[in-house]
Design a binder for this molecule. Structure first.
Ligand SMILES: Cc1ncc(COP(=O)(O)O)c(C=O)c1O
Length: 394
């Protein structure tokens, strides 16, 4: 099937930004469905087994593993990256894939390459989760991407204001030719999102604008009712907290693809704005709170994460930010955000000593918006400093 002009514009832009070939990029309705195709094919070709990932993530990043009939196994993260720690990584015998997640958009090439090397030595596929940093990938010393498959998101609360869409890059140098072929065939043949989802994507922004103006006590049940009536497409659906995904893998509708095609030329400007906010947070708060060490001051992070001294302080900071009108987030508290009904189904036993770093970070995390301007970043930083009691440097 020959791709339409908007799809070609998107894959060409993704390829140009990453130094890759447009023919190795495939579009999906949401990144989670790209992950599902990867895990479906993996299970089909290599059989059942484990996928090593992390609890400091969104449930929608783990659902595709369960839907594909594979078993999530969680590794602990490094506090420097909030991504799997290569120094403590021990892979299970039946490992099929390891997910290298660039949490908040922190890309640590060295640690990612070490995780990838451990995965490859065990015969596992290296799946890069670049949902938070579309078009950014971990690279080796020669500049080549380290992953076999790299998954990017244009979805809700990601880097671009597109709200729908995702993309999968399949490394042409991947060793397993049969897996590569099946993946490419499957991704290239996905049906497009149908008229209902297309219509909901078009009204999403207006719906959220209205919901956000309502008191929370009204908005939350209304959002739930609209979701049940299938007239609102939520960021995380109720079934996505129960180990399932509501749809089969799809590519975006023509309208969704056009939004991504229109937004990608503005990505540099978006990244510059986010990087400026990150630099300001780092300057004002870097000495007052714990920041992941691998986050560079000029990274275009999707949110600026930090860790408060303890859980109650994190909650106090979030409350103070809320009272000051700053939309702060608690990605990923609770773990497997926004929390799942049965953690055991997700391969997670709360209190598991092997996930001590992850659980500690989940407890203390706060993240600040990077989509506004530097003045807004300063205001948010001031609120944080008031709570933690550290003086502002200038
Ligand atoms: C780390 C991570 N991976 C994957 C996803 C799924 O992305 P999408 O919303 O495009 O399905 C998310 C969504 O929040 C995420 O946070």
């Amino acid at each position: 099937m020959t791709p339409d002009p908007d799809t070609r514009a998107v894959t060409a832009a993704l390829a140009a930004r990453t130094g890759t070939d447009p023919a190795d990029w495939f579009l999906v309705f949401k990144a989670r469905y790209g992950l599902q195709v990867v895990f479906d094919m993996l299970r089909e070709i290599r059989g059942p087994g484990d996928v090593v990932t992390q609890i400091f993530t969104c449930a929608t990043a783990v659902d595709p593993i369960l839907v594909a009939g594979l078993t999530p196994v969680h590794a602990d993260v490094s506090a420097a990256t909030v991504s799997i720690d290569p120094d403590s990584l021990v892979l299970p015998d039946r490992v099929r894939a390891v997910v290298v997640q660039h949490t908040f958009g922190i890309v640590d090439d060295d640690r990612a390459a070490r995780v990838a090397a451990t995965a490859r030595a065990a015969g596992a596929l290296v799946v890069e989760d670049s949902a938070h940093c579309a078009t950014r990938m971990a690279r080796d010393a020669s500049g080549a991407p380290i992953a076999d498959v790299s998954v990017h998101s244009f979805g809700i609360e990601k880097v671009l204001p597109t709200r729908f869409g995702g993309a999968v890059w399949v490394n042409p140098a991947t060793g397993d030719a049969a897996l590569r072929r099946s993946l490419v065939d499957e991704l290239a043949g996905l049906p497009a999102a149908g008229p209902r989802l297309d219509a909901l994507a078009r009204v999403y922004r207006t719906q959220v604008g209205v919901l956000n103006r309502l008191p929370r006590a009204v908005a939350a049940p209304l959002r739930g009712a609209l979701t049940r009536l299938r007239v609102f497409e939520p960021a995380v659906a109720p079934v996505e907290a129960r180990g399932r995904l509501p749809y089969r893998p799809m590519r975006p509708s023509a309208w969704m693809t056009r939004q991504v095609a229109a937004a990608l030329p503005g990505l540099d400007a978006v990244q510059r704005r986010r990087a400026a906010a990150v630099a300001e947070y780092q300057r004002l708060l870097g000495d007052a709170v714990q920041v992941p060490a691998s986050a560079r001051p000029d990274d275009p992070l999707v949110r600026w994460p930090f860790f408060a001294a303890d859980g109650p302080t994190a909650v106090r900071i979030l409350q103070a930010l809320g009272a000051a009108g700053v939309y702060a987030g608690s990605w990923y508290r609770p773990a497997l955000f926004p929390g799942v009904g049965d953690p055991a189904r997700y391969g997670y036993t709360p209190g598991d000593g092997r996930l001590a770093v992850s659980e500690d970070l989940v407890e203390r995390v706060v993240n600040l918006p990077t989509g506004g301007d530097v003045t807004q970043a300063r205001r948010a930083a001031d609120v944080v400093l008031r709570v933690v009691g550290a003086p502002r440097s200038t």
